[in-house]
Design a protein around this ligand. Structure first.
Ligand SMILES: [Zn+2]
Length: 158
């Protein structure tokens, strides 16, 4: 869908805000409450949160920041939102922090996760987020068309 590329491009804009570092990726995330979703009566899509790598203090990830920035007012109803991330969510973290895929599942708000590019095996091999999300009943979609841009921004600083 052309819409997917629009939102992935917005996620890419978020990724470009990251301060590059050799030890992590630069990733952007956008949470959308689609037109017609439970709790959305506006007749259009609503962008309810955004995030990028290291936006919040600590070694934070884009998806994590977009979730942590939700408030009581913006938090969507269960199983209603779509997450766009320039890179597939991490399924393991060398730091021992909770992986984003678990945060996404635990939040309970997502129907679908759409990713711009799969995670290169630079830091962690065999990302299992696709399997974990699908086992949790969350659709995993690879949006085609911006892989090169997503990867280029992700590896700035490497
Ligand atoms: Zn992560």
């Amino acid at each position: 869908m052309a819409q997917d590329l629009t939102y992935m491009a917005l996620a890419l804009e978020q990724a470009k805000k990251c301060v590059p570092t050799p030890t992590a990726f630069c990733v952007g995330a956008v949470i959308v409450l689609p037109n017609g979703a439970s709790g959305n009566t506006t007749n259009k899509d609503i962008i309810i949160s955004t995030g990028y790598s290291r936006e919040l203090p600590g070694n934070t990830h884009a998806e994590q920041c977009s979730l942590d920035k939700l408030t009581d007012d913006t938090r969507p109803q269960p199983k209603s939102a779509v997450l766009y991330s320039t890179m597939e969510p991490c399924s393991e973290r060398l730091s021992g922090n909770l992986p984003c895929v678990d945060r996404i599942i635990d939040s309970g708000i997502f129907t679908t996760v759409k990713v711009g590019v799969i995670e290169p095996d630079t830091f962690i091999k065999n990302n299992s987020s696709k399997r974990k999300l699908e086992e949790a009943g969350i659709r995993y979609v690879h949006v085609s068309g911006l892989e090169n841009e997503c990867l280029e921004v992700a590896t700035l600083g490497h």
